[in-house]
Design a binder for this molecule. Structure first.
Ligand code: SF4
Length: 99
């Protein structure tokens, strides 16, 4: 069994890069990523996006020795829910277990 994170494309993470210094190099100046498409809410470089934007790969390379995948997914979902609540967006991602 493994946890999976399903993004609902609210776009809030890509529009709030100024909240985390690790994303500063992607900030176009107003907190939004230079690669974010505001119309589609898609990443224009999705297939080659940085490791820090790759939920599963980032976990495997940096966090798997420290926390469980379920804990990591839960933390991501909590961050999404908090951002969506703060911005009055009702588009919560889901947490599913794959068998
Ligand atoms: S590179 Fe893509 S996924 Fe990463 S913050 Fe920018 S738009 Fe979002």
């Amino acid at each position: 069994m493994s946890a999976a994170f399903f993004c609902t494309k609210c776009g809030l993470c890509c529009k709030n890069l100024d909240k985390a210094t690790a994303y500063a190099h992607l900030d176009r100046g107003d907190g939004t990523c230079v690669n974010f498409d505001s119309t589609s809410h898609n990443c224009r470089i999705y297939e080659s996006r940085p490791l820090i934007c790759r939920v599963d790969d980032f976990y495997e390379q940096n966090l798997s020795a420290h926390i469980s995948k379920s804990e990591y997914i839960a933390a991501n979902l909590e961050a999404c829910a908090n951002a969506q609540h703060a911005h009055k967006v009702d588009n919560s991602p889901t947490h599913q277990e794959r068998f």
